[in-house]
Structures are given as C-alpha cells and as structure tokens.
Design a protein around this ligand. Structure first.
Ligand code: PLP
Length: 426
C-alpha cells in the first residue's frame, strides 16, 4: 500500500513551492513548514493538534490575538447582510473617518486590498502629482512585491537600482534609487544630483523587514526637509507599524509628517485590507476627480471594513497600545536576563509589541549591519523554539509580534524555551 500523500506533497504538486507567499516555505531556516488548523488568542494549533505560542500573528495583523471575539462577531454579523456590493457602503465612510482621525497626516484616504496595493498606489500617485519618475527607497525596506520597489541595492549612493526579482524590467528598476538606511549624506547627495527628477522618498520609518532597527535621531527630519526643499513627496510605508507601534503609527511617535502613508496588516483584522492616504490636495489627483487611475472591485469590502473597524475600536477601547508596551517590556526584561545569564552578546531590539533578536553583537542601523547576523545559529534557535512550543517567524530578517492575548505567563514560558534554545544553538 502506498501511503497517502501528505498535505505538503499535495500543496507542492499544485502550488509553487507549496505556499502562497514564499517566506512561509521556511527556506530561511530549513526544514518543512507546518499547516495550521485553527488559532485562538496567542496560540495556533497545527494539523497534528499541537499547540504553539505564536509570535508571528499572521505577520502582524493579529494584534488582539487570533479569532478575537469582537472581530469574529463583526464579520459574522456583516456577512449575513451580503459579502460585497461594489457600490458605496456606510462602513467605508466610518473607516475613512476613523483613519483620518487617528493617523496624523491623513486628510483623505482610499481603501485597497493589500499592503502591496497601497504602496503601489502611493508611487503612482506621487509620480502623477509631481510629474516626475524617480523613486528613492532604502536597502532592506520592503514595500510589497511592486515591480519598481523590488529593488534593493546599487553600489554607491548614485547607482541606480538593479531588480531583486526576475521579471522586473531594467527600465523600471532604473527609476528606483536604493540607498542605505540611516545615511543622510547619501540622500543629500542623490537630491543634489537628481533632485528635480525625484517624485518620492519611500521608506518604512521603522524598518521591520530586515530584522528590526530604528531611524537615528534626525534621519526622518532630514528626509522631510529634503523632500520639502526639492518638491518631492515623503511617503511612509506604515503597513507594518500603523496601529501597531501607536494608534497613529510612527508618524505620531516621531512627529514627522509624511505627504502620503501606506497602511495594511492591523487595519484589516486579518482580512485582506490596505489603505493609502495623505494630504487632500494630493489624494484629489486620484480618479474620478483627478488624472491618476486607481480602482478595485473589492476595495472597501464590507467584511474587511467590519473586521478592521472592530479590531481598531477594540484596541482603542482597551488601551491596547499601553498593554502591548507593558507586555513588550516584560518580554524584553526576560530575554535580556537570559542573554546575560548565558553570557551571549546578541542584540535585542524592541519597539512596543515588535521585537527582533539579532544573532550578532554591536549596533544595527541598516541592512548591511543586520546581515552580520549568524543565520545558521538563528536557524538552530528557531527549530529548538518550535520543538519547545514557541513559534517565531522563520527567518532572522523578520520581526516578532506580541498581541494583547499574550499573558505574562505565556512570556515566561517563552523565555524558558528560548533559554534552552539559545543554549542549544551555541
Ligand atoms: C507586509 C508589508 C507590505 C506588503 O503588504 P502585503 O499585504 O503583504 O501586500 C508592504 N510594506 C510593509 C512595510 C510590509 O511590512
């Protein structure tokens, strides 16, 4: 008798790599991904019935934990009225008002279906508004799989980008200039030579897709000043940080106002949602009022709006950001004491409920510095944690997420597992 093929075999036969998004394939750590049957609170249950404490939180959206009651109830209630109308519905207006109320730089906003769509739309709008073509981005910042943003690095400040993906035409990649993060002189130099051609400077104001690191004091302000001086738009990609680090995102914490903002992840309560918005004068360039085309059959979908509104309002109601800060501080204390017990000079970064343990010492302020991490050791650590019941993101270059559903006891259990895993990894 031949054994029946596993889910993974079946997936690999019909889905490229067996996954619908590459990082799920565990290539960064080796081994094979597991399949999830269900999730509740801070725990996910795999198809073998094993429970894991989850620090991925579906890559950020699950800020109240999985299957949060207010979100599930809202989706259930709204679904009974119909799943999509393709004509305005009241929830879209409620969402737009809430976003403009909470995110300091937003005057008008449009809903889309993913973070990728949000950043893609920001780039087109910035180009349409300024009448310019060049986009400046930063090495290690991820903005979704938009053609002209899948460009990581050129050598030297003025080198134009090379595509990070096959299928991105060189002609498009040439319109992207990729610079090292936290290097204001590199940005100044690019503006000095190309300033009149730059439509936008796009960044994760707290980069969280190459590990997690922070803008040095003054860096965001410098970008703001240069954009203003040269008539380029400053675009914050807050798909990850929006509603995560604070109610109003990094822009609220830093007090630096972008012209456009891309949002996603937490905004949808686990449903596929993104949004972008900014100054009314810019947003009014969008179709049907203006010449920049942008559209979506399912944009503003009532289920997605209901899930997102329920999640955001619940976070606000329970003062979620203060709770997340307390939980984050607890985890940080536990991890730091483990590191000092074991005498391991690793680098731990945290902002609120986002964290990253780099397997290297010293300052990390850029992709180049993050890349010093020992990825083999991280992989061993990851697999030991997984065996111990703790699920971290399967790559050194991802950020961990806490939810309001994690308890101090969950974090103590996690620290115990991490302690063992670190001993085993070194
Ligand atoms: C996840 C992410 C995106 C892409 O969002 P998708 O919904 O996966 O398309 C864009 N920017 C940042 C900063 C992200 O973290």
């Amino acid at each position: 008798m031949t054994p029946s093929p596993s889910l993974l075999d079946r997936a690999r036969a019909r889905i490229p790599g067996g996954v619908n998004s590459p990082v799920r394939a565990f290539r960064g750590v080796g081994g094979e991904p597991f399949f999830v049957r269900s999730a509740a609170g801070c725990r996910i249950t795999d198809t073998d019935g094993r429970e894991l404490i989850d620090f991925v939180g579906t890559w950020g959206p699950a800020i109240l934990g999985h299957a949060a009651r207010p979100v599930i109830d809202a989706v259930r209630e709204v679904a009974l009225q119909g799943t999509s109308f393709g004509i305005p519905n009241p929830l879209e207006v409620e969402m737009a008002e809430l976003l403009c109320d909470w995110v300091p730089s937003l005057e008008k906003v449009r809903m889309v279906n993913s973070g990728t769509e949000a950043t893609m739309s920001c780039v087109r709008l910035a180009r349409g508004f300024t009448g310019r073509d060049l986009v400046v981005k930063f090495e290690g910042c991820y903005h979704g799989h938009v053609d002209s943003l899948l460009v990581q690095a050129g050598s030297g400040a003025l080198t134009h980008g090379r595509p990070d993906s096959a299928g991105v035409p060189a002609a498009l990649a040439d319109l992207t200039i990729s610079l090292p993060f936290n290097d204001p002189d590199a940005v100044r130099a690019v503006f000095a030579s190309e300033g009149a051609r730059i439509a936008a400077v796009l960044l994760e104001p707290v980069p969280a897709n190459a590990g997690l690191y922070f803008p040095e004091p003054g860096f965001l302000e410098t970008l703001r000043d240069l954009c203003t001086q040269y008539g380029a738009l400053l675009v914050f990609d807050e798909v990850m940080t929006g509603f995560r680090v604070a109610r109003g995102g990094v822009q609220e914490l830093a007090g630096v106002m972008p012209d456009l903002t891309a949002l996603g992840k937490v905004i949808g309560g686990g449903l596929p949602v993104g949004a972008f918005g900014g100054r009314a004068e810019i947003m009014d360039q969008l179709s049907p009022d203006g010449p920049v085309y942008q559209a979506g059959t399912l944009s503003g979908n009532p289920l997605a709006m209901a899930a997102g509104l329920a999640q955001l309002r619940e976070l606000d109601r329970i003062d979620g950001w203060a709770r997340l800060e307390t939980l984050g501080a607890t985890l940080e204390t536990l991890v730091r004491s483990t590191l000092s017990d074991l005498g391991l000079p690793l680098t731990f970064h945290r902002i609120g409920s986002m964290f990253c343990l780099f397997f290297t010492e010293g300052k990390i302020r850029s992709l180049a510095e993050a890349k010093r991490s020992d990825r083999d050791r991280f992989a061993r650590f990851f697999h030991h944690c997984l065996r111990g019941g703790v699920y971290l993101a399967p790559s050194q270059f991802e950020t961990g997420f806490l939810s309001t559903a994690h308890t101090p006891e969950d974090l103590e259990e996690t620290a115990r597992v991490m302690h063992e895993a670190l001993r085993a990894a070194f």
